[in-house]
Write a protein that binds this ligand. Structure first.
Ligand code: ADP
Ligand code: MG
Length: 240
């Protein structure tokens, strides 16, 4: 579903991604872990073409993505992105937030969009909040709306960048639970998180990033019980 070949990203002199190679198969859940500053967000932003890499190729669904505006707009629709901060539209109700992309980008008639949005809100457990404004929601609820909004574009891959890092601890579970459901339904997911529980329970594969490299890659069992690299072990000791 996603293949990244020899990706290099620099900000000025600073090389943030150094020859990244990565494949995510259809239905696979890949979790990226690593210290702050190791390049995890930049990698997701390059995959979503919010950042332009200096080198490398990205294939989505087997097709090489070319850097033309037209193709990028199409590709971005195939990628749902959920950020640490929810970025909901404050002046729109919950259901309007979820409908917006379907109406503006997918050109769905409003009623069809409303029905689809309503089903998505049901899926994330927020059917009863459809008509309230984001300001009335808890952080966990906002993030669940953000997930529903991303799903509304019917993406092939969902990218998550520390979706629970800004939440109070008691609200983390409800968001991870929605993500777990999504994984069980067969969504292809690339997830940056510090929630090692999620990595252990839900990931098919875990990737450890270190200073712009993928230093180690393994199934969760091997990654958490017998990491091969010294630096992976040191990182896991800090977070576990
Ligand atoms: P992570 O998500 O793993 O914490 P990031 O991808 O955010 O890491 O950042 C990796 C490195 O790139 C850091 O050194 C960060 O300061 C730098 N960086 C990220 N975005 C920019 C930017 N827009 N301009 C300059 N440097 C950046
Ligand atoms: Mg980050």
């Amino acid at each position: 579903m996603l293949r990244i070949e020899h990706l290099v990203k620099r900000f000025g002199e600073l090389e943030v991604l150094k020859d990244i190679n990565l494949e995510v198969k259809r239905g696979e859940v890949v979790v990226i872990i690593g210290a702050s500053g190791s390049g995890k967000s930049t990698l997701l932003r390059c995959v979503n073409f919010l950042e332009k890499a200096q080198k490398g190729k990205i294939f989505i669904n087997g097709k090489l993505v070319k850097q033309s505006e037209k193709q990028l707009n199409k590709v971005r629709q195939e990628l749902g992105m959920v950020f640490q901060h929810f970025n909901l539209f404050p002046h729109m109700t919950v259901i309007q937030n979820v409908m917006e992309g379907m109406v503006q980008v997918k050109k769905f008639p409003r009623e069809k969009a409303r029905k689809a949005a309503s089903d998505l809100l049901d899926q994330v457990g927020l059917a009863e909040k459809a008509d309230v404004y984001p300001a009335m929601l808890s952080g966990g609820q906002k993030q669940r709306v953000a997930i529903a909004r991303a799903l509304a574009m019917n993406p092939k891959i969902m990218l998550f960048d520390e979706p629970t890092s800004a939440l109070d601890p008691e609200l983390v579970g409800e968001v991870l639970s929605v993500m777990t459901d999504l994984a069980k339904k067969g969504m292809t997911m690339l997830v940056v998180t510090h929630e090692m529980w999620f990595a252990k329970e839900v990931a098919d594969r875990v990737i450890f990033m270190d200073e712009g490299f993928i230093l180690e890659e393994a199934n969760p069992q091997d990654m958490f019980t017998s990491p091969k690299e010294e630096r992976t072990l040191a990182f896991l000791k800090q977070v576990l």
